[in-house]
Design a protein around this ligand. Structure first.
Ligand SMILES: C[S@@+](CC[C@H](N)C(=O)[O-])C[C@H]1O[C@@H](n2cnc3c(N)ncnc32)[C@H](O)[C@@H]1O
Length: 347
């Protein structure tokens, strides 16, 4: 059975379930909607782009690129954006430009395809991946462009991955498919200022080797309780060493040990909201980037055993090692338990 199961989410974008990890990748209430609400709206792009025309972005756990796509569609063409997209799973990035995302922007998908090829992904890899997932029962989860792409590639005289051939190939695809079917007058030069760099590895290894300073970091890993590797105090401290004064880390997670890890990294930490519901976390070196501070309740909870952070000193422990080390630390801690703290509030 294939590793990835597709489903439609409430905003008509495609969600994924991983059959091996037994985990859901996207919210059923809308995969694209979630990207905007939890990652784009809370960061106040206008602010970030004041007096600044180029930004470095780190998309940790980029998957099929909803957060990156939502960001691209929110910035002007003249902004120079370098986006590092990090995910363990290469297949996801390859599928990203073909998946029906309800964004209705073929140019973004073509740009992603272009950048995958520029990053050394071969046509063979793309075809292999599509053969696996673009099956009749999955057709509705893919853009109509996918079948055009497959037919187009079948008739190509050139099949390898040489740079100039990629350009010619994409140029042809653009003019034969996208500009006619979408009735567009623009060209492949759209998003000329955009660079995507794909790394298919554990994000912990990536952050150890990069020296880039990021303006925005999206953190979209699996939940801390399931996979704490990307929520440990040590990983968050490493991330915070890649920020400038105005940079922002944003995540859907509102987990207490994650918020504690951000505070222990000397960042100002706040909440993000969707329709008055606490729905994520934002952090920055600049307190003015935090619109909604953590409440006294949140801060008191952080001081209980529940606020003991995950530890991963050399950024190389397995999820189960990180979880059991934290349990041990919690059991021997003199802090009050979260249960006791919550009970004390009811009195
Ligand atoms: C919740 S999904 C992210 C969804 C994604 N942002 C999107 O737009 O599709 C979690 C992702 O984390 C990736 N992942 C999990 N652990 C990782 C790690 N240590 N380093 C890099 N990627 C990881 C998985 O492959 C999966 O794609």
């Amino acid at each position: 059975m294939n590793e990835l199961i597709f489903y439609k989410t409430a905003d008509n974008s495609t969600g994924l379930y991983n059959n091996l990890v037994k985990d859901i990748y996207h919210s059923k209430t809308g995969a694209l909607k979630e990207a905007f609400e939890k990652f784009i709206y809370p960061i106040n792009l206008k602010n970030i782009l004041t007096n600044k025309n180029n930004i470095n972005v780190l998309d940790i756990c980029s998957g099929i690129l909803y957060n990156t796509k939502a960001l691209i569609s929110s910035i002007n063409d003249d902004v120079k954006a370098n986006i590092d997209c990090i995910d363990k799973n290469k297949e996801l990035s390859i599928l990203a430009p073909f998946i029906s995302d309800s964004l209705f922007n073929e140019s973004i998908n073509l740009k992603i395809l272009n950048q995958l090829l520029e990053n050394g992904i071969t046509m063979d890899e793309i075809i292999l991946c599509l053969k696996l997932y673009y099956t009749p029962e999955n057709f509705s989860f893919f853009l109509p462009f996918t079948s055009y792409f497959i037919n187009f590639i079948k008739n190509l005289p050139y099949k390898n991955n040489l740079h100039c051939q990629n350009k010619r190939f994409l140029h042809n695809i653009y003019y034969e498919y996208i500009s006619t079917s979408m009735n567009k007058r623009s060209s492949l030069n759209e998003y000329e200022n955009l660079r995507l760099n794909f790394e298919f590895c554990d994000a912990r290894n990536f952050i150890k080797k990069t020296d880039t300073i990021y303006d925005i970091i999206f953190l979209d890993g699996f939940s801390p309780q399931k996979d704490p590797c990307l929520w440990s105090e040590d990983f968050i401290k490493e991330l915070s060493s890649h920020l400038n004064y105005n940079s922002i880390i944003v995540s859907y997670s509102k987990s207490t040990p994650f918020r504690a890890a951000l505070l222990n990294s000397n960042l100002f930490v706040g909440k993000t909201f969707i329709e008055n519901v606490d729905s994520g976390t934002i952090a920055s070196n600049n307190p003015q980037n935090i619109n909604f501070k953590l409440s006294d309740f949140d801060l008191n909870l952080i001081n209980t055993r529940c606020g003991i952070t995950y530890k991963d000193k050399n950024l190389n422990l397995s999820p189960s090692e990180i979880i059991s080390n934290r349990k041990l630390e919690q059991n021997t801690s003199s802090r009050v338990s979260s249960t006791k703290f919550l009970k004390s509030l009811k009195k």
